[in-house]
Each structure stands twice: as C-alpha cells, then as structure tokens.
Ligand binder design. Structure first.
Ligand code: PGA
Length: 266
C-alpha cells in the first residue's frame, strides 16, 4: 500500500501518512485552513482542542506558523475537550497547564478567548458550570472544528466506553465523569504513580463534539491500530465511543500515521 493515501471508510475521509510528524503536519494544515476561512467568513474561528501526547506536535507546528508571521489567533476562540476534576489550573498536570505550555503561551490568543473546563468548581456547582460551557459554545455559534485524539479504549474527550444506548450517548452533554480503568492506566505516564491518578474529570459531551462543523481525529502509533480499526470499521457502539463519529461520518476526517492505520485493511 502507498505510504501516503486518502481513502473513504464508512463515509469518512481517512488520510494516511508515513509517520506521526507528517500526519501532525496535515492536522495543523487543516486547523490553519479552518481558522483562516472561518475568520474570513464570520469574523472568528471557534476551535475545540484536545490534549495528550498526540497533538503536541500539532501545537508546535501551529506555534511555529504563528512565529513565522502567517497565522494569528487574535480572532480564535477555543474550548478544550476536558479537564481533570478536581484540579488547580496551575497544577502542571492540569490540561489548562498543558494548553498554556504547548499553545496558549506561544501564540497571540487573547486569554479570555481560551476556555478550559474549571477543575476548581465546587461539586454542587459542576452541573451549572458544564451547562454554562455548552451555552458558551452555542453562543459562539458552535465549533468550526473539533480536534480529537482517541484513547486505547476508544474514548473521545473523556467520553468513556459505557453501557448505555447510542441515542443516550450522542445526546450526552458536557459533564463530570469517572475515568475508565484503561484511561487511568494510561494516565500513569503523566501522574507517575497509579495511586496519584485523579479518577474523575469534566468532559465535553458527545453531543457538542458531534455538532462541530468539522471533526479532525488524529491518531498515531501502533498502540492505536486496533481501536482505530474498531472505530472505523466496526459497528456504532457505546463500547467504542469513537465509533459514534460514524453517525456524522461526512464531517469527520481521520488523520493517521502508517502504524495507526495498520489494521484497517485495504
Ligand atoms: P494520547 O491520548 O494522545 O496521549 O495517546 C489520546 C486520547 O486519550 O485522546
């Protein structure tokens, strides 16, 4: 199979590149394009952003474009997918800190246009906070683009595998959730010790994710090969939350490196 290819699978466009660097460049290209076209069309661009190891190279790429003078975030508004709960924003393990390190401090994004769910909200007010987050997205005219990664268990944001119906899952709003055992195991990489992993999080709902006008899913490395194949080729099931993207397939672009695409077949 050619190392660079674009194919259609289950109604979605799937772009494959030989390595993570090249795949991340394609993701950065699509973000830059959507920023430019949305700013031109409606005066601003509203981006849903992701954290984790995978998008780090994408953010480095966007920051480099900004430094080179070609890309401004002055008219960009961002909403992050998730945040641990509870956590202080200045905690180096918070996703607010992650975003500051990898993107916010490196570009000209105005501070009050960068939204990350707040891990310090008292629990009694979490529902109010998450409902407000959804209202802000709506008031901003919805997401022009949602950038996603995929967990080894198929999660998108922290929408974890769960025993509920597809209809319930696709209507799920932004909310407080318990992290799945696979997610907690993978978070040991960041927290250093299983006992220190924060077991709950605030996550953007599947509803908000699926409402984005464009969805870019970036997955790299051999550890993602099996779940990528299940999400793209398997049935739509809440056991694999990323398979719910098939319900809006024509708005989804999967960007993969060769190792992550290895189990897709031809
Ligand atoms: P990763 O996380 O990029 O660190 O593999 C992806 C995800 O859980 O969405």
């Amino acid at each position: 199979m050619p190392a660079e290819r674009t194919v259609q699978i289950s109604g979605s466009t799937v772009i494959v590149r030989p390595n993570a660097e090249a795949a991340s460049r394609v993701a950065a290209d699509s973000i830059a394009e959507i920023v430019e076209s949305a700013v031109k069309a409606r005066g601003k661009a509203v981006l849903g952003l992701a954290t984790g190891a995978t998008p780090e190279v994408v953010y480095a790429n966007l920051a480099a474009r900004h430094r080179a003078g070609g890309l401004s975030f002055q008219k960009v508004v961002t909403y992050n997918l998730d945040e641990y709960y509870p956590i202080q924003p200045i905690d180096p393990l918070s996703y607010r800190s992650y975003m500051h390190r990898h993107l916010f401090s490196r570009v000209d994004l105005p501070a009050n246009q960068a939204h990350v769910l707040d891990g310090t909200v008292p629990e009694a007010f979490v529902r109010e906070h998450t409902a407000e987050f959804d209202r802000w997205i709506e008031a901003d005219g919805g997401l022009d683009l949602q950038l996603l990664g995929i967990g080894r268990n198929g999660h998108i944001g922290f929408n974890e595998p769960a025993e509920w119906s597809v209809a319930e899952a696709v209507a799920a709003p932004t909310r407080l959730v318990e992290l799945h055992p696979v997610t907690r195991a993978d978070a040991v990489r960041e927290f250093g010790d299983a006992a220190k992993v924060i077991p709950r999080a605030l996550t953007m709902g599947v509803k908000q994710i699926l409402s984005a006008r464009a969805i870019v899913m970036l997955a790299t490395g051999p550890r993602k090969a099996s779940i990528v194949a299940q999400a793209l080729r398997g049935p739509v099931t809440t056991a694999v939350p990323a398979s719910l993207l098939q319900t809006v397939a024509d708005r989804v672009v999967w960007i993969l490196d060769e190792p992550a695409a290895a189990e897709l077949g031809s």
